[in-house]
Design a protein around this ligand. Structure first.
Ligand code: ATP
Length: 138
């Protein structure tokens, strides 16, 4: 099995239980879960790769605007499978092209898109360590 990091972002927090049900019904196990309020500094660190982009300041403001739920989820091909389930970055476009994806259902727009998923093995490991520094790596 493979692990990935999922985040239920501030705009989708009210639907967290529903989303966790979908995660479980999609064959994932939830290994760890934390509800956190990110400081702007933590949000900047998490999204450091986007530093300098036009949307960076508002992305940081959004991600620190309220609590998020971070989950370590696991299953076969977890990274790509979770990215497929959440769908394209822009929730508005996703509603047209991938109406069943989770961002189409729970996201708001191109920034407030409800959910995050690690995009590679190395980002999954980094992001899991970011939120769960004491997690044991098998
Ligand atoms: P990845 O890049 O790993 O495929 P992603 O779909 O989450 O993942 P990124 O490009 O990494 O998208 O962007 C990170 C986050 O920044 C997005 O999830 C979204 O919240 C925000 N974002 C991305 N592009 C824009 C944009 N053009 N305008 C506003 N916010 C954006």
């Amino acid at each position: 099995v493979e692990r990935t990091l999922a985040i239920i972002k501030p705009d989708a927090l009210g639907k967290a239980e529903e989303i966790e049900d979908i995660i479980l019904r999609s064959g994932f196990s939830i290994l760890q879960k934390r509800r956190v309020q990110l400081t702007p500094e933590q949000a900047s660190d998490f999204y450091a790769e986007h530093f300098g982009k036009l949307f960076f300041p508002s992305l940081v403001a959004y991600m620190s605007s309220g609590p998020v739920i971070t989950l370590v989820i696991a299953r076969d091909k977890a990274i790509s499978y979770w990215r497929e389930l959440i769908g394209p970055t822009n929730a508005l476009k996703a509603r047209e092209t991938h109406p069943d994806c989770l961002r189409a259902i729970y996201g708001t727009d191109d920034q407030r898109n409800g959910l995050h998923g690690s995009d590679s093995y190395s980002s999954a490991e980094r992001e899991i360590r970011f939120f769960f520094p004491d997690s044991i790596v098998e």
